[in-house]
Structure formats: C-alpha cells, structure tokens
Design a protein around this ligand. Structure first.
Ligand code: GTP
Ligand code: MG
Length: 197
C-alpha cells in the first residue's frame, strides 16, 4: 500500500465554516467510543492524526483532514453519548445532522458499530434516518480483534439478518480492527472506487 499523505485542516462546530466543498468527502460516525478516531488513524497510517481516548466523548467537533490532496476525511463526534447534559446532546445532534444534510460533497458516510454488540436502537435509528434522508452510507464493524473469527461471523450474520427484516438490501459492510489494521485496505479501495465513479 502506497504511503498516504494526511493533513489536519480544520475543526468546526458549524458545517458552514467547513473547508470549501471542492473535494469528495467521506465521514466517519457512530456511537461515542466505537472507534472512529482509531480507525481514521489506522486508515491513514498516522497514529496521532485523530485524537482517541478510552473516555467516550473525546471528539466534539467536525474535524476535516485532507488525504493525498484529493479527498476529505471527516472525524465526527459520537452520537448517543449519555454523559453530557440534554442540552449539550441536542447541540451535538444538531451540529452532526446539519452537517450530514447540508454538506454537498459528502460522498459516503461510514457508520461504525461495535462488533461485540447486538443491534443497538440508537444505531438502527440513526441508520434509518440516513435512509430517510437519502444519505448514502456503508456499515463498518469495529474492534474485530476482540472476538474470535467464529464470533465475528455470528455477530455479523445476526446484524445482517436484523437489517434484512427492515430493508430489502444491505449496504456494503466492512469488518475492521484499528488495533490490528484489519479492513483498512477494503475501506480505502471502496473510497478510491467512489472517487473515480
Ligand atoms: P469519541 O470520539 O469519544 O466519539 O470516540 P471514538 O469513536 O473516536 O473512539 P476512539 O477511536 O477514541 O476509541 C475508543 C477506545 O476504543 C480507545 O480506547 C481505543 O483504543 C479503543 N479501540 C478503538 N478501535 C479499536 C480496535 O479496533 N480494537 C481494540 N481492541 N480497541 C479499539
Ligand atoms: Mg473520536
């Protein structure tokens, strides 16, 4: 895999202040602590590019990175973070949804879910909202290193069957471990394909 050039651009609370929308953009979202920032660091081969933490709620802004001077990668705050006040959570949600709905160059959203958990209401609600708002998304299972291969397969099958009860077809699905750098090539390939299509 060729070296990736990744640079931090800006952090914003308001999508209107995000960098000019002149490159295709790919954003990473999911519950707090699911591993968004870690996956971004794995994808870009830059350990400290996106700030990670064991404490949920680390990423609180819309963070833009420019990759190889040709696409934007965006690290978003987690949704469903229980430990902040109701007002703060509303503020976060507004910030995230305003960004998702209005960002014209958002090519695809990667929705991260922890592979160890059964389908969680907050993730399912979020994905259904993306379907309603016609925001294209892919699903990424994180922390696969925490399970055996057998458990990984069982967990993914269970999730797929759950989704197929609601939807006629599934979006592309990725199984990843930021820790072991699993799945990053597949994600990078899918981004490359979307940029070229
Ligand atoms: P917020 O910014 O708070 O929303 O969290 P985040 O989704 O960006 O999660 P972050 O990347 O900060 O990771 C949260 C915790 O999970 C950290 O302690 C990471 O080390 C751990 N983690 C993330 N990805 C993996 C993984 O693939 N495997 C393992 N074992 N741990 C991981
Ligand atoms: Mg983060």
């Amino acid at each position: 895999m060729a070296q990736i050039n990744a640079k931090f651009v800006t952090s914003n609370t308001d999508f209107k202040n995000c960098p000019p929308a002149r490159f295709p953009e790919f954003a990473f979202i999911g519950r707090s602590n699911v591993g968004k920032s870690s996956l971004i660091n794995s994808l870009t081969f830059h350990k400290g590019l996106a700030k990670t933490s064991q404490t949920p709620g680390k990423t609180q802004l819309i963070n833009h990175f420019i990759i190889d001077e040709k696409w934007y990668l965006v690290d978003l705050p987690g949704y469903g973070f229980a430990k902040v006040s109701k007002e703060k959570r509303k503020e976060f949600e507004k910030m995230i949804f305003d960004y998702l709905i209005h960002r014209e160059n958002l090519t695809c959203l990667f929705v991260l879910v922890d592979i160890r958990l059964k389908p969680q209401a907050v993730d399912i609600e979020f994905m259904n909202r993306m379907v309603e708002d016609e925001i294209p998304f892919y699903i990424v299972f994180t922390k696969a290193d925490k399970l055996s291969q057998k458990q990984v397969n069982e967990s993914v099958d269970l999730y797929k069957n759950f989704l197929l009860e609601m939807w006629d077809e599934l979006p592309p699905i990725f199984i990843t471990s930021a820790e072991k750098h699993v799945g990053r090539e597949d994600i990078l390939k899918s981004i490359e394909q979307l940029i070229q299509s």
